[in-house]
Write a protein that binds this ligand. Structure first.
Ligand code: ADP
Length: 558
């Protein structure tokens, strides 16, 4: 509707420009030119140098014939080149496709073909996978090799090396800013917890909003934040942090390989203030506390998401001096959709109850417009009773454009005007949500729902358990029963048996929720540390059929 406030009050260049996070870089260069932007081993770049390199990268891409809307991919861990790609590729008008470094050649080949990648940057560490993927691809593709003194030399995949590629660019390239905030900025293939990689298309508008939202979520303003890159940049562009960190001129510490020891080293050497990670990484931290560790005077802020955090893991991290905040999201929402926003009143709660509150998925972030837990068909919300389960539905400006070249999946995901997460949750009286399961992972035993998350939380309380996953396996009597796959702490392996684990759970859960089977094994995870339940279900079934615990035609004997 046109009102009197629209007359002679038009949009124009002076008051309306497409929202994009790319402007943050140019501002950081102006405002913090001498502040260190990136540290990688012995190498470091100031914000002026980082911005200059991103602009060279854009120029080199344009020089090599990259057009607006072309796909440019990168296969690299969290290194300076990966951070430069976050800005340099979209500054050439291209769409950045960060490929998961844990994928095999067939999967990388699939992504290169499906995404119609025109140019690929390859970190030397992944040269062999890239070479094999390109062979599968069968089509020529321009490859730029990224070398790094941290990696032993390997045979280059392409004909150009990254530094010469940058050096060949014009000094002041013509940067291509988006023509519309709806233009694509990135393409991220889902990590495959459910088996099917889909190409999620990000827009400049969502990337801009989520980057600013992260400043609020992680309280990144104030002193110079020192951010440790533990979350892979190939996952949701690191939840949009590369863009967010430019907005505050933070110092970023690269990490080629994430381990507990590497994180503690970085904390000791660089005074890290913030990092983000999946709960698995929190477990690494618990397992490798240095003997000399003293909880820091100013707690290190950790945003943890990607999977439900077992309360026992949170408890230990807090004792160690980390201020952990729980977030929930998915690739389709630019990474983060909810945050477990702490409330003053929680401070007065008994410790255990406080912890239970902290490990809920929480409430929508400041940039996530709407969320409800509802029946996915009727869209009627569940009551706030902490027990009625529904699907988490989201909508607003963080939602992806859609799945690349997959209109039916896009329509299905956005059915009824909401994004369907596939996650089942309850809503507590205070409006905070708590995930019980993925709809595909819930265990239905004798008609009763069993949340695998609830059983996993109990398993994590056992002192010998380092990791746990609970999946459904067929059962002739109950339809399905829970089966626990348990990773024991290294010094406990061999000391604990299945019946001990089952009794431990029976003492803490209603009998039907306690696992009927226990398998001691390592846990299949995605590159972001998420349990691959479909793989675990398959291998649990094979294992139980193999040892005769269940019948070969899915459970006829016990
Ligand atoms: P996929 O794993 O399907 O490839 P994502 O990596 O985007 O894709 O994962 C998103 C999913 O991860 C969510 O739908 C949800 O199931 C799970 N997830 C993310 N954060 C949390 C969290 N904090 N608690 C529980 N589950 C989470």
């Amino acid at each position: 509707m046109v009102t009197k406030f629209d007359r002679e009050l038009d949009q124009r260049a002076a008051n309306y420009q497409p929202l994009t996070p790319l402007h943050f870089l140019n501002r950081a260069e102006d405002v913090y030119p001498h502040r260190i932007a990136i540290i990688h081993g012995d190498r470091s770049y100031t914000w002026k140098e980082y911005a200059g390199r991103c602009s060279k990268l854009a120029g080199a891409l344009i020089d090599h014939g990259i057009e607006r809307g072309d796909t440019v991919a990168i296969l690299a861990p969290n290194t300076p080149a990966m951070l430069e790609a976050q800005f340099g590729v979209p500054m050439a008008g291209a769409v950045l496709n960060c490929i998961n470094i844990r994928l095999d050649a067939a999967a990388v080949g699939f992504i290169l073909r499906h995404s119609e990648t025109r140019l690929l940057f390859v970190d030397q560490q992944f040269a062999e996978v890239a070479r094999a993927a390109i062979a599968v691809l069968g089509e020529p593709i321009t490859v730029v090799d990224i070398t790094d003194p941290e990696v032993a030399g390997s045979r280059p995949v392409g004909r150009i090396e990254y530094e010469s590629f940058l050096a060949g660019a014009p000094d002041t390239p013509d940067i291509r800013l988006p023509l519309s905030e709806w233009d694509a900025i990135a393409l991220n293939y889902t990590s495959g917890t459910t088996g099917n990689p889909k190409g999620v298309v990000y827009h400049h508008r969502g990337a801009y909003l989520n980057a600013l939202g992260q400043l609020v979520n992680a309280e990144l303003s104030g002193d110079v934040p020192v951010y440790l890159w533990t979350l892979p940049l190939f996952h949701c562009n690191g939840w949009c942090y590369a863009w967010a960190l430019a907005a505050v001129g933070a110092t970023q510490i690269c990490l080629r390989k994430v381990s507990g020891a590497a994180i503690y080293d970085a904390i000791a050497n660089h005074d890290v203030t913030h990092f983000c990670c999946a709960p698995t990484v929190l477990s690494f931290l618990i397992e490798s506390v240095p003997p000399s560790w003293v909880p820091p005077a100013r707690p290190i802020r950790v945003l943890s998401g990607g999977a439900s955090p077992p309360p026992a893991v949170f408890r230990r991290l807090i004792e160690l001096g980390f201020r952990v905040q729980h977030v929930y999201g998915m690739t389709e929402m630019h990474g983060v959709a909810t945050i477990c926003q702490s409330q003053e009143a929680w401070q007065a709660l008994p410790e255990e109850e406080h912890l239970v509150h902290l490990t809920r998925q929480g409430v929508r972030t400041v940039v996530m417009n709407e969320m409800m837990v509802a029946d996915p068909n009727t869209l009627s919300p569940v009551s706030r009773d902490g027990s009625s389960m529904g699907e988490i539905l989201l909508r607003g400006n963080l939602a992806m454009k859609g799945y690349f070249k997959n209109p039916s999946a896009t329509e299905e995901a956005f059915a009824g005007g909401w994004y369907h997460t596939g996650d089942l949750a309850v809503v507590h009286a205070d409006g905070y949500i708590e995930i019980k399961d993925r709809s595909k992972d819930i265990i239905i035993s004798g008609g009763e729902n069993i949340s695998s998350v609830e059983v996993e939380d109990v398993l994590y309380e056992h002192p010998a358990v380092a990791g746990a996953a609970v999946v459904a396996v067929p059962d002739p009597r109950w339809g399905e029963v829970p089966c626990a796959i348990v990773e024991l702490k290294a010094d406990m392996a061999g000391d604990i048996n299945a019946s001990e684990i089952i009794s431990f759970c029976r003492a803490r859960l209603p009998g039907f929720k306690a696992p009927q089977h226990v398998i001691f094994d390592s846990l299949a995870r995605t590159a972001t540390g998420k349990l691959q339940k479909f793989k675990l279900r398959e291998s649990a079934l094979q294992h139980l059929v193999g040892n005769g615990a269940i019948g070969p035609d899915s459970g006829t004997t016990e």
